[in-house]
Design a protein around this ligand. Structure first.
Ligand code: ZN
Length: 125
């Protein structure tokens, strides 16, 4: 059976013991490495790693989107997260949107004012 294989792979001669693996994984040289990819968030000046979203900004976005989602579910609870119509979110203190922007979408009214990062849907896009 082994004669059929033309390539023989390198295999370790001795088994690596568990303590040796654990020591390698959690050694002090690994744990005490400095984090050098920290950046400052331009909006809230919170420090976070460069490959992740800022925690406090994400919390704000999550709070608003979950509120929108909750309102959507209130309107149509049996469909679940997949609603039958698209939703246009209208915030407090906004003017009535033109009908060609809304285009048969369900208008969801919020009690809050529109945050600066939540873009308004316009015809230009
Ligand atoms: Zn931030």
């Amino acid at each position: 059976m082994i004669e059929d294989f033309s390539i023989v792979f390198g295999v370790p001669k001795y088994r690596t013991s568990k303590p040796k693996k654990v020591t390698r994984k959690f050694s002090f040289t690994r744990l005490l490495q400095p984090i050098d990819n920290l950046v400052t968030c331009p909006t809230c000046s919170n420090i976070h790693p460069s490959d992740t979203i800022c925690d406090s900004c994400y919390a704000k976005i999550h709070e608003l989107t979950s509120e929108i989602k909750r309102k959507m579910m209130e309107y149509n609870p049996y469909v679940g997260e997949k609603q039958d119509k698209e939703v246009y979110v209208k915030f407090k203190g906004e003017q009535e949107t033109p009908a060609d922007v809304v285009k048969g979408k369900r208008v969801l009214e919020m009690e809050k004012e529109r945050p600066t990062w939540f873009k308004k849907l316009t015809l230009k896009e």
